[in-house]
Design a protein around this ligand. Sequence first.
Ligand code: NDP
Length: 704
Amino acid sequence: MSTAQATVVPSFIAGEWISPQAEGGTQVLDANTGQPVATVSARALDVAGALDYGRTVGQRELSGLSLHQRALKLKELALYLNERREELYEISYRTGATKIDSMVDIDGGIGVLFTFSSKGRRELPNSNVILDGPTEPLSKDGSFIGTHIFTPMAGVTVQINAFNFPVWGMLEKFAPAFIAGVPTIVKPASPTGYLSEAVVRMMLDSGLLPDGSLQLLSGSARDLLDHMDYRDMVAFTGSAATANKLKAHRNVVDGGVKFTSETDSLNAAILGPDAVEGTEEFNAFVKAVVSEMTSKAGQKCTAIRRSIVPEQLVDAVIKAVGERIEARTVIGDPRVEGVTMGALASLDQLRDVRQAVQDMLDAGGELAYGSLDAPRVRTSGERTEIAQDGAFMAPVVLRWSDPANPILHSREAFGPVSSVVGYRSLDEAVELAAQGAGSLVATVCTNDPEAMRALTLGIAAHHGRVHILNRETARTSTGHGSPVPHLVHGGPGRAGGGEELGGIRSVMHHMQRTAVQGSPNMLTALTGVWHTGADRQIAGSAKYGAQPGNVHPFRKSLAELRIGDALASDLREVTLAEITAFANETGDTFYAHTNQKAAEANPFFPGIVAHGYLLVSWAAGLFVEPAPGPVLANYGLENLRFITPVGAGDSIRVTLTAKRITPRVTDEYGEVAWDAVLHNQNDEIVATYDVLTLVEKQNSIYAN
Ligand code: NDP
């Protein structure tokens, strides 16, 4: 049986599904038909038990996996959910979502899992400690150093979610917390929580998730914060009013619960003065406004609520928006063929949105397009009838004679509603956008780089994201209203002041940054990354520290290689003939390598010097172990710095040390970063960099 047909939406707490009695609960209706879908129980849930289970079992089970193992699980989970999308679309229709709306929510959520899985494995180490920034020397002799590390928060992250994206809203918060190693408790919004429950059930049925890493509280759970403390975090999405109430809870104010929120915001789209009728920018702007009004029936935290356009273009924009809505929007039950816009999520929501529009009309707004009457909805074929039971609303465009009217910039109608206002100068456009008092996103639509720059820099501090739209991106843009996992989602002020997504940044939001100080050996042992000054097992030149019996580290597979395994070369002399030959061979005849007089006049060089790339190439010649072995490839250099110039008659030597070893969870090899340091004959540092290689986990070639 489909879970959404169950009478009471169950919870999953401490490893068990719990289905309380329906009595006294709130009935949730199909947004399109008004038929009962589920009941949300009013019975108190064991919030304290869920938190305790997360902090103990969840924390322990997640810490048994490395960052890469957890990231890989997200990919497996995404593949598992991908196979079951049809089942979820069916449930999603009941929330008023069309198939395309559902794809934004469901496929979009699955997409976030894929992206985080891949970024987690590419950008993070395969361990449980993340180093943040370079090492700071704290003593003259290098025996006392400092750095910063990230480790997972000690508690749980509690998601309190909005009704409009029951899947994406949950997965975009779950993915970074899971990679960080922090258990999640989901508290979905009651009107659409039955869809979140179906997804949580699938995720748990997959068998991929460690115990305690995901729990679900279906119900009002108003005592949630009473049981939380400084180890925990709340990630809230919903109304600013609820966010402000929760933020004022004593456990946030005094108890240190971390609180981040993404709340309602009156996002703007600004049309540049150049983007007159007939331009590609004008058309792209109109398309964006209509798409944001009708997708999810305008119930998007990122939707365009205010179009800020040149004064003389107000009428043209309203006309074009109306015509596009007319041509493209078919309202009705999304299960009916041809319907492009479904119902609002609930009758309560419909009432709220109509009231918001009425308030704006009473305060000076003018209905420029649409009406507040029940719309005609498609029932089948071309047949339509006046909406009866569902939460349907027609798109509405408002016009304002006073662009600074306060209600326009403060009242959110969370439905298919948008306002158009005129501006006379770019400064005024910036000022109007800023009157939203902090928004998630704004679109700047112009093909004039100067106008774009003035507008974007003018509004950036008031926004979490700016989407720059012109003819070059009209076809490829992911859209004004679509947060992407790679970039930050959130915004200042009214938008909640929080920050979600943004790639690995959001993983860090679930971790504690701690400064650590100690010796290079201790910090190496703590972080698993070799720090300059820590012990090494050196092979190669006895003159430069090699101990007898040490094997060249390139002969070692990952199974044998240890952090601190190193190779020290002997000195190699540099001659003018070689520098000249390299210049001629490569064509790099820059005067510092070819013209003694000109080189001497340069403040950085004593005379002709060796090319930096020649030094790096010689270094490779000095550290290489040429026979076939476990080192498969060199895939790059990082942080290359040339420090002391090398002239003819100088000598160089290299020391190469295994600094960071990252076995790949999906491959038979891993990555090894080698700390490379070139010295001259006076032991001065000539160059430093990291050499990046791929090395076999087991020594297959060498063993044969
Ligand atoms: P709410 O702020 O009322 O609810 C959001 C979430 O908070 C829901 O899960 C709700 O649970 C929960 N919640 C409410 N009160 C508490 C509490 N005291 N303790 C713990 N959890 C609580 O928003 P709505 O969903 O009612 O939407 C109202 C308005 O918010 C919309 O009209 C729109 O303006 C805005 N909104 C903004 C969104 C955004 O993405 N920024 C998204 C959705 C709405 P429950 O559902 O069980 O009450």
